[in-house]
Design a protein around this ligand. Structure first.
Ligand SMILES: Nc1ncnc2c1ncn2[C@@H]1O[C@H](COP(=O)(O)OP(=O)(O)OP(=O)(O)O)[C@@H](O)[C@H]1O
Ligand SMILES: [Mg+2]
Length: 354
């Protein structure tokens, strides 16, 4: 069983199992340049993943199988992610002189102090952050634990598609990794800067704040494009599928923009503002330098502008694929179009180069 972080540096295909689709990316490195070797996005049947929980392992496994085939990847090892909301993380202080196995034993003995679950039902891992402030004999260790079925289900889905999950990451850490592909989008390549990455998908909005490229805060909340789709259904008497399609491709009545879409954009601004207030209340920072907007919902025309104006902070749409090389089997326009919704997959694929 892979640990929550997984430490070995082996080539992995990054797989984001989100609420609407399975998103797969494989990357390689040529010198300093990253190359996308294969990629695919495959839709999921409705309700096969609900609130980041896999409700139907077989259906999700079949979608992943199709994604693997379409992408043409030859890799058999995968990196997957679990949601931050399903993970408990604690920073604990440990004696600095312990080896990793000794530390693992020690943590298991003391775990019930940190983790409110039975350790038998938990997958956990840890990584050393650095010396404990004011105590040179101790080190700070980040302990992360997720309920085992959460991790096991993702492993099962991979197995169904002929893959082995070697790395299980946390979504927010994958997003932190993906920032390496977006440094060109912010001032000074993000050095010493505070950058908020706001990913708004179908059901979840994740804010991840980085300082100097390192994660300092993350929070998930229930908000996303599904709310807009449901409002379109109600307003115009459409099925969920029709509403979702017209939302993306157009063909809704004239009053859609003023009466449905504009209020939804206002609620995006509100949610972004609220998330930033939560961050400020929980940190010593009181300003951010840039917002990178990601996730399918942020591709709605005008969202970036309204956030930039109303929040009053430099804002851009995530472009992680902008400077990447691509293999012949990847279609550049398609990848660039999807890239903003692929941060988790990109971050997971980058685990090949740890
Ligand atoms: N052009 C578009 N216009 C409006 N909405 C769009 C567009 N493209 C995608 N979306 C919406 O974006 C959402 C999908 O985005 P994304 O792929 O980031 O979500 P997800 O990762 O599957 O969801 P979650 O992270 O919440 O599980 C859907 O609600 C979809 O309708
Ligand atoms: Mg997502």
């Amino acid at each position: 069983m892979a640990g929550l972080f997984g430490k070995k540096s082996i080539p992995v295909v990054g797989i984001d199992i989100s609420s609407t689709s399975v998103k797969l990316i494989e990357m390689s490195k040529a010198g300093k340049t990253f190359k996308v070797d294969s990629y695919a996005v495959e839709p999921l049947p409705a309700n096969s993943v609900v609130d980041k929980r896999i409700e139907d392992v077989e259906a999700v496994g079949q979608s992943l199988e199709r994604a693997v085939k379409k992408s043409g990847t030859k890799l058999k090892t995968a990196a997957v992610a679990v949601a931050g909301s399903s993970v408990i993380t604690r920073v604990i202080s440990m004696p600095a002189n312990l080896t990793d196995p000794e530390m693992a034993d020690q943590i298991l003995i003391e775990a019930d102090q940190y983790i409110p679950y039975d350790m038998e039902e938990v997958s956990y891992d840890f990584s050393t952050i650095g010396p404990t402030e004011g105590n040179p004999d101790q080190v700070d260790v980040l302990l992360a634990a997720s309920q085992r079925d959460n991790v096991d289900q993702r492993s099962e889905v991979c197995e169904y598609a002929g893959l082995t999950a070697k790395v299980v990451d946390i979504e927010a850490y994958a997003i932190e990794h993906a920032f390496e592909l977006m440094r060109h989008q912010v001032a000074d390549n993000g050095i010493d800067k505070v950058v908020a990455i706001v990913d708004i998908g179908a059901t979840t909005m994740t804010i991840t704040v980085l300082h100097d490229g390192n994660i300092i805060y993350t929070r998930d909340q229930t908000f996303g494009g599904k709310q807009l789709t449901e409002e379109i259904m109600r307003r115009y008497g459409l099925s969920y599928e029709e509403a979702g399609q017209k939302k993306r491709q157009g063909g809704l009545p004239d009053n859609y923009h003023t009466e449905v879409l504009d209020p939804f954009k206002d609620s995006i601004v509100q949610e972004v503002n609220r998330s930033l207030q939560f961050f400020f209340a929980n940190s010593t920072f009181n300003a951010i330098d840039s917002i990178i907007m990601a996730g399918g919902t942020c591709t709605i025309p005008g969202v970036i502008n309204i956030v930039e104006q109303q929040v009053g902070t430099h804002a851009v749409l995530a472009e992680p694929s902008a400077h990447l090389k691509m293999s012949g089997k990847v279609r550049p326009e398609r990848l660039h179009g999807d890239a903003g919704a692929l941060l988790v997959s990109f971050g997971l694929a980058l685990r090949s180069f740890d």
